[in-house]
Ligand binder design. Structure first.
Ligand SMILES: *[C@@H]1O[C@H](CO)[C@@H](O)[C@H](O)[C@H]1NC(C)=O
Length: 316
């Protein structure tokens, strides 16, 4: 969803230029490179150089809102971590400005922590956007990739746990999460003996206005039709315009504050996760993670979300 605008645009441009006889051969070569080249493998490992993490554009992005990073405790670089990011929001600005890049000096704030942001595998076949993600060190979110990333001390991987479903719940003032039915990340920490780190970004749901389509017949039909064909749906969103125009495609300038909570150390479990003991451990650490996330919310909500319309709510 962070690629809400770029994915359709990238594909539309690619398909359009495929019919341009002067460069269609180039486009075909590029598509072959995407499919057969090393990128997909790089997305499942740490083998790609992350040159773009230090790009100054991320500092400008962080300054635009502005975005702030709050550390509540030190993280020991001898350990390994899964960072859970909430809420997903429509654009997941905090993932780009704070965690996939050095927009707010992540590596100086958490020395020795090599953090990678994980995203859906299919993002790595999207033209152009994939090159950006690869050069920022994104990895795919398959469980096997997460385990591989976490195989050495100091490594960390971040997941927007609520995913696209949570993106559909994003609207200004609301803090609705999809978390109860998400258990995969707890299984990976149990298998690797890593620690869980809850992260809450206040303001993430405020950066774009989501149009309520429940009373707009044609819009609803379009979203339903798209969902029945592709399996996903798109919220209609808008932000502010250039030169102070009230409506446009730029995100609203609202302060974002990402609070990185205290790590919850999980014991390595080598048994069967489907056994009674395994299932109990999954429930136990999932509950402790939810507790940690709610603790962040309760401690910072008055300062960081004074205009909230509803408190944090885990709706699914
Ligand atoms: C990041 O580090 C640079 C150089 O020390 C500093 O000027 C800048 O203010 C820092 N940014 C943040 C958001 O802390």
């Amino acid at each position: 969803m962070s690629l809400y605008f770029t994915t359709p645009t990238a594909w539309a441009l690619t398909v359009w230029q495929l019919f341009n006889p002067r460069i269609s051969w180039l486009i075909i070569l590029y598509l072959l490179y995407i499919w057969y080249g090393p990128g997909k493998k790089a997305a499942a490992s740490l083998s790609w150089p992350t040159y773009l993490r230090h790009w100054s554009i991320w500092k400008h992005l962080a300054d635009y809102f502005p975005v702030r990073l709050i550390k509540t405790v030190e993280l020991d670089p001898a350990k390994r971590y899964i960072f859970g990011l909430h809420p997903h929001g429509v654009l997941t600005i905090s993932a780009w400005a704070l965690f996939a890049s050095e927009g707010t000096n992540f590596s100086r704030t958490f020395p020795g922590i090599n953090l990678r942001v994980a995203t859906l595998k299919w993002n790595f076949i999207t033209p152009i956007a994939r090159e950006l993600m690869l050069l920022l060190g994104f990895v795919d979110a398959d469980a096997s990739t997460l385990r591989r990333v976490l195989s050495a001390p100091g490594r960390a991987v971040m997941l927007a746990i609520g995913g696209a479903e949570e993106a559909l719940l994003a609207r200004p003032g609301f803090n609705d999460l999809v978390l109860n039915k998400r258990k995969g990340f707890v299984k990976v920490v149990l298998q690797t003996g890593a620690a869980l780190v809850p992260v809450y970004t206040f303001g993430e749901n405020d950066v774009v206005t989501v149009v309520d389509t429940s009373k707009v017949g044609w819009a609803r039909s379009f979203q339903r039709g798209l969902k029945s064909i592709t399996g996903f749906t798109l919220p209609f969103v808008y932000g502010r315009g250039l030169f102070g125009m009230p409506v446009g495609m730029l995100p609203h300038r609202v302060p974002l504050t990402a609070v990185v909570g205290a790590p919850i150390q999980v014991p390595k479990f080598t048994g069967d996760l489907k056994s009674e003991e395994g299932l109990k451990l999954i429930e136990e650490y999932h509950a402790r993670y939810v507790e940690g996330l709610k603790a962040i919310w309760n401690e910072h909500k008055n300062k960081c979300a004074p205009n909230r319309r509803r408190s944090l709510e885990i709706v699914q």
